[in-house]
Design a protein around this ligand. Structure first.
Ligand code: ADP
Ligand code: MG
Length: 235
């Protein structure tokens, strides 16, 4: 499969003064681990933090979501409708959870964000894969609706060797038999990194131990801190 160049996603402004940090990456890349370690580190230094995740718990619990994720029922759930629902979930979550916290001055760390529909589900469902990658790379509706999402101050995209991702996934409770083709995992990750590169997202090699991944992200956060006088103004 081929896609034209990755688009720049036209996110909307941050209602500030809080900072929005997003963490995307394939399953097993270490997003949830980094979300927690970043939260613990920032909280210990006195920063008020809200951690959250996408898709929301509410969406994960719908029968719509389960039919596709757990049973692969593309006969009952249209892949485009599913992708639209992911976008609605993001937009609503920005409105009801992320924006209020940013206005209160909290740092919001979101475990998956704009690229949240790129996951290993796509390796199991080719029809879904086509739909999601079309949306992210070329569908006008997707790109246009990104305006309803808040531009992250920093977006991390974690990547790791497919074998490492697979090993980590299998180590998680209930996923002992999580299996996928390493070549397909690598291909999906390559597309994710292409989107990251086109959107000033920060690729982070998460193959090392958790402390190393955290340190790499903290170094980047320090370097990208907005000066106080620029915060909450135009953005
Ligand atoms: N940097 C790391 N080094 C070693 N193990 C890790 C690292 N990051 C995460 N893990 C482990 O790998 C598994 C998957 O990590 P997780 O953070 O849940 O990934 P994701 O949320 O991206 O799917 C977990 O068991 C976690 O403890
Ligand atoms: Mg996770």
């Amino acid at each position: 499969m081929t896609w034209s160049d990755a688009p720049q996603l036209p996110f909307g402004p941050n209602p500030g003064p809080g900072r929005l940090i997003s963490i995307d990456g394939l399953d097993g890349s270490g997003k949830t681990t980094l979300t927690a370690s970043l939260r613990d580190h920032l909280t210990a230094t006195g920063v008020p933090v809200l951690t959250t995740r996408l898709p929301t718990t509410q969406m994960r619990e719908t029968s719509f979501f389960r039919l596709l994720r757990d049973q692969g029922r593309t006969d009952l759930v249209d892949p485009v409708a599913f992708e639209v629902a992911y976008m609605v979930d993001r937009i609503q979550h920005c409105r009801t959870v992320i924006a209020p916290a940013l206005r209160e001055g909290r740092t919001v760390i979101t475990d998956r964000y704009a690229l949240s529909s790129i996951g290993t589900l796509l390796l199991r469902l080719p029809e879904m894969r086509r739909t999601v990658l079309d949306a992210l790379f070329s569908d006008a509706w997707f790109i246009d609706l990104c305006r309803r999402l808040i531009r992250p101050d920093v977006s991390f995209v974690l990547w790791t060797e497919p074998e490492t991702g697979a090993r980590r996934l299998r180590s998680r409770p209930g996923e002992a038999d999580a299996g996928f083709d390493p070549l397909e995992y690598a291909e999906l990750q390559r597309l994710l990194l292409e989107l990251a590169a086109a959107n000033d997202m920060v690729p982070v090699d998460s193959g090392g131990p958790p402390e190393e991944v955290l340190a790499a992200c903290l170094a980047h956060l320090e370097g990208s801190r907005r000066p106080a006088r620029h915060r909450g103004g135009r953005r």
